[in-house]
Design a protein around this ligand. Sequence first.
Ligand SMILES: *[C@@H]1O[C@H](CO)[C@@H](O)[C@H](O)[C@H]1NC(C)=O
Length: 331
Amino acid sequence: MLVGSTFLQLALLPALALGFTEAARGKKNDFDLDSLSLREVGARNTLDWRIWLEKDGQPISFWHDVPLYPSKKNNRIINFVVEIPRWTDGKIETKRSEPLNPIFHDDKKDAPRFVESVWPHKSYPFHYGSIPQTWESPNFDHDYTGFPGDNDPVDLFDISETSAYTGEIKQVKILGGLALNDGGETDWKVIGIDVNDALADLIDDVSDLEEYRPDLAETFYQWFTYYKVPRGDDVLEIVGGKYQTAKYMAKTIQQSHGFWEDLVRGRVDSNEISYNQTSHRDWKKSYVDSKDATKKFKIPKKSKILPAAERPAKYDNWYYLDEDYKLIELK
Ligand SMILES: *[C@@H]1O[C@H](CO)[C@@H](O)[C@H](O)[C@H]1NC(C)=O
């Protein structure tokens, strides 16, 4: 058996290296970042605002059509969808229930949601977003955390000094991750760094960070535990109480890519996710030709950006926590 399967693998290797299946469909194997653009409609800080991702001018999905790996030969470098650029506080995400998953402004009680700033942080202290073609499947309890997934793509925070904008696709190096338990759901927070940051070549794991950015890893660990306290939530638990290694996270991400593939092939309960995609013609349940997508899904034909709505002034306040991470309120 072993001999047989090894033989099979060897026989398949050259074909895989050439991207055989992609080539056979007459498709380019590489995903050219220069072919991407954004179709933005509406006013920022409103619930109607949307951004769709375009490839060669046609809409595609941020979640299902951006490949996970820029190069299949290296599973430590992944693509990353920027949702919330550093030092902004609008809770911006890809919309799982709408076709092609545009970016939108999440709501709380019918108003756009912003994240409160906990002293001494001002808004999000890093670029924050999601990892395409991954899924925290809610269909079962996960090995490490013992909790089901939160039904979203895996989240990532990018600690690079390079700038970022909402809807940007970046390439980041995986450094490690935190297994956040958010209300009984697994919600991994992967720590990564933009490959274009000067530090990226010098470090391979979160443990290498201390020399160059003392205390950063610990500070961001704490941030994830208490950032929801001002809105009335408890401190969140990090399962295991420490960062997982880059190696472990590379494996976890690869596994979540498998869960995602089952979703988009229509093999499992989709939990109200719109998994229409434009990349895999042979995955018939979800495939749509991107040239037909604008009409089929009634997506606005081109960008129409309106002036941003005002952001409520109360989000300029700081919130202070006592040593037990309880909100300090003035009597
Ligand atoms: C694709 O989008 C349409 C329109 O929202 C929806 O009815 C359909 O269920 C979606 N298909 C998949 C596979 O998600």
